[in-house]
Design a protein around this ligand. Structure first.
Ligand code: UDP
Length: 429
C-alpha cells in the first residue's frame, strides 16, 4: 500500500461556484463526522475517473474536518493484467480468469492487507482491484464500503462468482446506477451515488481564451479550423476506432476538419492502452488531420481543458461506460457532446441538453455533422448542458452524498459480525 499525497483545497473556495447554501449544508453534514478516519483505497494515483475524483474529494473531506486519506495498492505488473481482464469481464467481455490469475489476485490482497493501517474507522474501497482487502484484513474494527464505478449489470458469471464472496464484509455497496448492481447483491446494502466533477480542477476552471488557444497550438491543433475531439483512456470500450470512422463520414462536408484523440497512457492499471494506441494509430493511417495524442508529458490538465473548451464537438463514443466524467467535463464547458447511449452517460446527457446520445458510428457522424453545421443551435444545446452539470454533477453534491453514506454506515447499530474469509468458506466446501 502506498499513500497518495493530494493538493489541499478549501470548501469555502467553492462558494462562488455552487453558492453559499450548498457549502453551508455540507459543513453542517460534516459536523458529526469530524475527526472520522476515512481511508480511500484504489489501484492508481492517476489516470482515469476514480483518481480524478479522489484528488478532489480526499482533501475536501479533510477541509470539512474528517481525517481523510488515500492509499493505492502495491502489486507487480502481472496483477494489473489480471485486474484489467477482471474489469473487462465484469463489463460483459468474453474471456476467463485462470486459477493462477485468481491466486495472484488473492495473494496481492493478502499482502496489501498486512500493511493496511490499523487506525482507520472507515475504509472506502474503489473498484474490483482491491475488493479482497476487507476479507484479507479479517474484518477488524473498521467499517468497509465498496464503491464500484463500472457497469456490472451483466457481469461474466464465472468472474462474478469468484468475486461475489468478497462482498461479505462490506456494510454498503455503492453503484452509479441502481441497475449496475448484479442481481444477487443484497438490496439492503446497495446505495446509488453518481460521480461528479471538480469545477475548480485546473482542467475545469474557466480558462482565459489566450491560454486555451496557446495550449491548443502546443498540441499541434489549429484553432482557426473546425475541431472535434475525444478525451479518453485508449480502451476499446471507449471506441476510439468508432470516433475515427465517424470523423471520416463527416470530414468531406467540413473543410479543414481536425480530429484530436487525447488518451494519455500512464495508468498503472491499464497495460492494454499501449496496444490500443498502436491499433488506433494504424487505423488513423497517414491522415495529417487525425491527431492521436498519448504522451502524458504533453497532455496536462490545461491541454485537456482547452480541447474540451474549444472543440466544436466532443465525443464520448463509449460502448460501455460506468459514468464518463469526460461527458460532464465537456458539458461544463458548454461544449456539445456526442456520446454512446450506454451505462452512466444518459444520466448526464439527454438529447438536446448538452448534446446527443447515439447508438452507432453513423448516428454519431450525423449528430456531429448537424452540430458543426448549426453553430447557433449547437451553442444553445451546449449552454443547456452546463446547467445540468451545475445542478447535479459538481463535487459538492457528491460530497454531500458521501457524508450521508458514512453517517448511515456508522449508525447501523448491528455491529458487523466478523465473517469467515471467502477462501475459508471455499475450503470448508
Ligand atoms: N483524462 C485525462 N487525460 C487523458 C484521458 C483522460 O486527463 O488523456 C481524464 C479525463 O479528463 C477524466 C478522466 O481522465 O477526468 C477519465 O474519467 P472517465 O470517468 O471519463 O473514464 P475512466 O477512465 O474512469 O473510464
Amino acid at each position: 500500500m502506498r499513500p497518495v499525497e493530494t493538493v489541499s483545497r478549501t470548501i469555502d473556495s467553492y462558494r462562488p461556484v455552487v453558492g453559499d447554501a450548498a457549502v453551508d449544508t455540507l459543513l453542517e453534514a460534516a459536523r458529526p463526522l469530524r475527526g472520522l478516519r476515512v481511508m480511500h483505497v484504489n489501484a492508481t494515483p492517476d489516470g482515469g475517473g476514480v483518481a480524478e475524483i479522489l484528488q478532489a474529494a480526499v482533501p475536501l473531506l479533510c477541509d470539512l474536518g474528517l481525517d481523510s486519506s488515500w492509499t493505492v495498492l502495491s502489486a507487480e505488473p502481472e496483477f494489473y493484467d489480471v485486474t484489467k481482464r477482471m474489469h473487462n469481464l465484469l463489463q460483459g467481455a468474453d474471456g476467463q480468469l485462470s486459477d493462477l490469475d485468481r491466486r495472484r489476485w488473492a495473494d496481492w490482497q493478502e499482502l496489501n492487507a498486512t500493511i493496511l493501517p490499523a487506525d482507520v474507522d472507515l475504509v472506502v474501497v474503489h473498484d474490483p482491484q482491491p475488493l479482497g482487502l476487507a476479507s484479507a484484513a479479517g474484518g477488524g474494527a473498521a467499517r468497509w464500503i465498496w464503491r464500484l464505478h463500472i457497469d456490472t449489470s451483466h457481469p461474466d458469471r464465472d468472474a462474478w462468482r469468484f468475486l461475489r464472496p468478497y462482498l461479505e464484509p462490506y456494510s454498503a455497496l455503492v453503484f452509479t446506477l441502481d441497475q449496475f448492481a448484479p442481481p444477487d447483491v443484497p438490496d439492503d446494502r446497495v446505495r446509488v451515488i453518481a460521480p461528479a466533477i471538480d469545477p475548480l480542477d485546473p482542467k475545469n476552471r474557466s480558462l482565459p481564451i489566450g491560454t486555451a488557444l496557446s495550449k491548443l497550438a502546443g498540441l499541434g491543433l489549429d484553432a482557426r479550423r473546425p475541431l472535434i475531439a475525444q478525451v479518453a483512456r485508449l480502451d476499446p470500450w471507449k471506441d476510439p476506432i468508432g470516433v475515427i470512422d465517424a470523423y471520416r463520414l463527416v470530414r468531406g462536408r467540413h473543410e479543414g476538419l481536425q480530429l484530436a484523440l487525447l488518451g494519455a497512457t500512464e495508468a498503472d492499471d491499464d497495460p492494454e492502452a499501449v496496444e490500443v494506441a498502436r491499433a488506433v494509430r494504424a487505423h488513423a493511417g497517414k491522415d495529417p488531420d487525425i491527431h492521436v495524442l498519448t504522451d502524458p508529458a504533453l497532455i496536462g490538465d490545461l491541454e485537456v481543458g482547452a480541447v474540451q473548451l474549444l472543440a466544436q464537438v466532443v465525443f464520448q463514443k463509449s460502448l460501455r461506460e460506468g459514468f464518463g466524467l469526460t461527458v460532464s467535463e465537456a458539458m461544463w464547458k458548454s461544449t456539445p457532446v456526442v456520446a454512446g447511449r450506454v451505462g452512466g452517460i444518459p444520466l448526464q446527457l439527454q438529447d438536446g441538453q448538452g448534446g446527443f446520445l447515439v447508438d452507432s458510428v453513423e448516428e454519431a457522424a450525423e449528430r456531429c455533422d448537424w452540430l458543426l453545421s448549426e453553430p447557433a443551435r449547437a451553442r444553445a444545446i451546449g449552454a443547456a448542458g452546463r446547467a445540468v452539470i451545475q445542478e447535479r454533477f459538481l463535487i459538492t453534491r457528491l460530497l454531500a452524498d458521501e457524508l450521508t453514506l458514512y453517517r448511515e454506515v456508522l449508525a447501523s447499530r448491528e455491529q458487523q459480525a466478523l465473517r469467515p474469509r471467502p477462501d475459508r468458506l471455499a475450503a470448508a466446501g
